[in-house]
Ligand binder design. Structure first.
Ligand code: NAP
Length: 336
C-alpha cells in the first residue's frame, strides 16, 4: 500500500514523501480499514522531527485519527462490525496510509450526516478535549472556563464542549485578532478572548468573572503561561495540562496559590493511555457527545471546523501550514 513516509526516519516537512510499505496484517481483535481521510495533529510534527516516538506496538507511520471503510475483520472480532461499514477512529499511529489496522474498540460508526473529512477531524481532538475538560476537569454548569490555544483543533473542541456543558463563560487565548474574531463568532464559540501576546489573560479572566477566576483551565502552553494560570484559577480550580508548547521548565513559581486555593493540576496524554482506557473513553464519548456533532454547515450544538483539506500528495504543504500556526480548526488530508 502507499503511505506517507519520512526520509531518514526524521526531519523537516520536506522529508515527507509517498512511498510503498506492506499492508498491515490483522491481530485477532483488529479490523482493517481503507482510509478516506486523516487529521493532522501537532504531535505529528513532533514525531516527524524525532521528538515523539509512537507508543510500543503502534505503527511508526504518522497519524492518529482517520475515517474510512472496513475491508477485513480479524478472526476474534465480536462487536458486529461488517465489511463495508463506514467508520471514524483513533490509533496509536499509522493513519497517514491507504490502510490501517486498529482494534475494533477504537472505531465508531460514521454518522451519515458527516463527510469523510468531517469525520476524520473528530477523534483525536474531541476525545482529548472531552478527557481534559469533562473527565479530568469535571466541568459543570456555571463554571468559568479558560482554554489556551483556542483556535487549535483541541482548543475549539474544548470551547464548544464547555458551552454545551453549560459554562457561564469560556475565555479563549490565542495570538492574533483574526483568530479571536473567528472564535468569538462561532455559534458555541468563546464568550471572551484574550491575545496572550499583548494582554495579561489572568487579568482578563478575573475581570470577566468578577474577581473569582477560572474553575477549569485547559493548558497546552506550559512555561510561559504557568504562573498566570495559577493566578487565573479560582478556589478549587482544576487545570489539565496537555502540552508544553512554550517550554518545560518554569524559572520561578510561587506555590502558595496551589495550597491556598486548593488547586488540582493534572497532566494527560491520550496517546500513552492503555487500549482499555481509550476504549472506555471512546465508548463514553460516542454515547454522550457524538450525536451532538455536525459539520460546520450543520446545526449541531457542536461542529467540526476544518481550516483546510489537502490531498495527501500535498502533505508537505499541510505540515507547513500547521507548523506556521496558521490554522483555525483542523487540517485534514484526503487519501486520493
Ligand atoms: N496531551 C494530549 O493527550 C494531547 C492530545 C492532542 C493534542 N495535544 C496537544 O494539544 C495542542 C493542540 O493540538 P492541535 O493538534 O489541536 O494543535 P494545532 O491545531 O496545531 O494548534 C496549536 C496552536 O498552539 C498555539 N501555539 C503554538 N506555540 C505556542 C506557544 N509557544 N505559546 C502559545 N501558543 C502556542 C498556536 O496558536 P496561536 O496562534 O494561538 O499561538 C498553534 O496554532 C498541541 O500542543 C498538542 O500537542 C495533546
Amino acid at each position: 500500500m502507499r503511505a506517507v513516509l519520512i526520509k531518514n526516519d526524521k526531519g523537516p516537512s520536506e522529508n515527507l514523501y509517498l512511498g510503498e510499505v506492506p499492508t498491515p496484517t490483522l491481530r485477532p481483535t483488529e479490523v482493517l480499514i481503507q482510509i478516506k481521510a486523516f487529521g493532522l495533529n501537532r504531535m505529528d510534527i513532533s514525531q516527524r522531527e524525532g521528538h515523539y516516538p509512537p507508543p510500543p506496538g503502534s505503527s511508526t507511520i504518522l497519524g492518529v485519527e482517520f475515517s474510512g471503510k472496513i475491508t477485513q475483520l480479524g478472526t476474534g472480532t465480536s462487536r458486529g462490525w461488517k465489511v463495508g461499514d463506514e467508520v471514524l477512529g483513533l490509533a496509536g499511529g499509522g493513519a497517514y496510509a491507504e490502510y490501517i489496522a486498529v482494534n475494533e474498540t477504537h472505531i465508531i460508526a460514521k454518522p451519515s450526516h458527516l463527510t469523510w473529512t468531517e469525520a476524520a477531524s473528530i477523534p483525536e481532538v474531541f476525545l482529548t478535549a472531552f478527557l481534559a475538560l469533562v473527565m479530568i476537569g469535571q466541568v459543570k454548569e456555571d463554571d468559568n472556563v479558560l482554554v489556551h490555544a483556542g483556535a487549535s483543533g483541541v482548543g475549539v473542541a474544548a470551547i464548544q464542549l464547555a458551552r454545551v456543558y453549560g459554562a457561564r463563560s469560556v475565555t479563549a487565548t490565542t495570538s492574533n485578532q483574526d483568530k479571536i474574531n473567528w472564535l468569538l463568532g462561532l455559534p458555541n464559540g468563546a464568550t471572551h478572548a484574550a491575545n496572550y501576546k499583548t494582554e495579561d489573560f489572568s487579568a482578563v479572566v478575573k475581570q470577566i468573572t468578577g474577581g473569582k477566576g477560572a474553575d477549569v483551565v485547559i493548558d497546552f502552553v506550559g512555561k510561559s503561561h504557568f504562573n498566570k494560570n495559577l493566578d487565573a484559577l479560582a478556589v478549587d480550580g482544576r487545570m489539565t495540562m496537555l502540552a508544553l508548547l512554550s517550554g518545560f521548565v518554569v524559572d520561578s513559581v510561587n506555590l502558595a496559590p496551589i495550597l491556598l486555593k486548593r488547586l488540582h493540576i493534572e497532566g494527560s496524554t491520550l496517546r500513552s493511555r492503555s487500549l482499555e482506557y481509550q476504549a472506555a473513553l471512546i465508548s463514553r464519548f460516542s454515547k454522550e457527545i457524538l450525536s451532538k456533532i455536525t459539520g460546520e454547515s450543520g446545526d449541531g450544538p457542536i461542529r467540526t471546523y476544518i481550516h483546510k483539506v489537502y490531498p495527501w500528495t500535498e502533505i508537505q504543504a499541510a505540515h507547513q501550514e500547521m507548523e506556521g500556526n496558521k490554522n483555525s480548526g483542523k487540517i485534514i488530508a484526503e487519501v486520493v
